[in-house]
Ligand binder design. Structure first.
Ligand SMILES: *[C@@H]1O[C@H](CO)[C@@H](O)[C@H](O)[C@H]1NC(C)=O
Ligand SMILES: *[C@@H]1O[C@H](CO)[C@@H](O)[C@H](O)[C@H]1NC(C)=O
Length: 286
C-alpha cells in the first residue's frame, strides 16, 4: 500500500470513528426544560465525540403539564423528522415524564428508527403518591386526587393522564385517556401497533431506584406497580409482562430489555448525575 493510500485509509478510519455513534434525542422531564439536559449533552459529547444530539425544547416549565397526548404528538413528529434524516437509526433518552412521552411517541410510529430507548426514572406503569403530586398540587391528597384527575376536566393535565389510583381502577379505566391505552390495558385497533413498535426496538433500558423519592412506587420505572392493597407487584408478575401485552416479555427473552436498579439517586438528580450517565446510559448509546 502506498503512503497516499494508507493516509486515505487512516483518514477514512478516523472519519468512521467519529460518525459511528447514532444520533441521540433527549426529552426533558416535567416542570423542566431542554437546558436541564445540558449535563447529559456534555457527557455524551465527551464520551462519544461527534454524536449528533437533538434536545427537544418544547413543553418546558408549566407547559409540561399540558395534556400528554398533545406532547406525544409533537414529540412523535420530531422523532419522525429526525429519524428520516438518519436511516442508520437513532437513540432516545427520556427523563421522568419525558420517558413516558417518548415511549408513547415511539409506539405511535409504525416505522420508527429508534434503536435504543432509555427510560430514566419514568412512571411507565403510572404514578400514585403524594410526593409527586405535591410538586404541582401542594394541597391535594393522593387518595382523593382521582376525583379531580379522573374527570374530563382533569384529563387536560399531563399527570392526570398517567395517574394510576390502585383503589379506583374503575374510574381509571373509565376516564384516563392515556396510560391504559398505551399500556394496552384497554384494547383498541391501535393496540397491536403499540406492541409492534416496541418490538421494533433494538434495546429498551429501564432505569430507576429505591431512593427516587418522587416516582411512587419507584418500581413504576420498571413497569412494576401497586395492586389494590398497595403491595408492589414487580414487572415479571404483572399482566403487562406475563401476557406480553406490549412486547416487554419478548424483548426480555431476546436480551433486549435491560432493567437497571440504581440506589442513592433522588428523582430530581437522575439526569444531572454524571455517575448515572456514565455508568448506565452512555454504554447503551452506541
Ligand atoms: C388510534 O391512533 C390514532 C392515531 O394516533 C388516533 O387518532 C386514534 O384516536 C386512536 N384510536 C384509539 C381508539 O385509540
Ligand atoms: C396484593 O399483593 C400481595 C402480595 O403479593 C397479596 O398478598 C395481596 O393479596 C394482593 N392483593 C390483592 C387485592 O390482590
Amino acid at each position: 500500500m502506498s503512503i497516499k493510500k494508507l493516509f486515505i485509509f487512516c483518514f477514512l478510519g478516523l472519519f468512521y470513528e467519529t460518525v459511528s455513534f447514532k444520533p441521540v434525542i433527549l426529552m426533558h422531564g416535567i416542570l423542566s426544560g431542554s437546558e436541564k439536559m445540558n449535563i447529559m449533552v456534555q457527557e455524551i459529547e465527551k464520551a462519544h465525540p461527534g454524536t449528533k444530539i437533538y434536545n427537544f425544547d418544547k413543553f418546558d416549565g408549566w407547559y409540561s403539564l399540558e395534556n400528554i397526548w398533545r406532547q406525544v404528538v409533537e414529540f412523535r413528529n420530531f422523532l419522525d423528522e429526525i429519524g428520516s434524516k438518519h436511516p442508520e437509526g437513532i437513540n432516545v433518552v427520556g427523563y421522568s415524564q419525558g420517558g413516558l412521552i417518548a415511549r408513547a411517541a415511539i409506539q405511535t410510529l409504525p416505522l420508527h428508527k429508534v434503536s435504543t430507548f432509555v427510560s430514566l426514572s419514568s412512571p411507565q406503569a403510572g404514578q400514585f403518591g403524594a410526593n409527586f403530586l405535591h410538586l404541582i398540587f401542594p394541597d391535594l391528597a393522593a387518595n382523593t386526587a382521582y376525583e379531580l384527575f379522573y374527570s374530563n376536566v382533569g384529563q387536560h393535565i399531563s399527570i392526570a393522564n398517567y395517574w394510576n389510583d390502585p383503589v379506583q381502577q374503575e374510574y381509571y379505566y373509565k376516564y384516563s385517556k392515556f396510560l391504559p391505552f398505551i399500556n394496552n390495558e384497554i384494547q383498541t385497533f391501535n393496540s397491536s401497533q403499540y406492541k409492534n413498535s416496541i418490538l421494533r426496538l433494538n434495546r429498551m433500558i429501564l432505569i430507576g431506584g429505591p431512593n427516587d423519592g418522587v416516582i411512587t412506587p419507584w418500581e413504576s420505572s420498571h413497569f412494576g406497580f401497586f395492586n389494590k392493597t398497595l403491595n408492589v407487584i414487580p414487572l415479571h408478575k404483572r399482566k403487562i409482562y406475563t401476557s406480553d401485552t406490549i412486547g416487554l416479555k419478548s424483548l426480555l427473552q431476546n436480551g433486549k430489555l435491560v432493567i437497571i436498579i440504581k440506589p442513592f439517586v433522588h428523582h430530581l438528580t437522575w439526569h444531572t448525575n454524571r455517575r448515572v450517565i456514565q455508568d448506565v446510559i452512555l454504554p447503551y448509546l452506541d
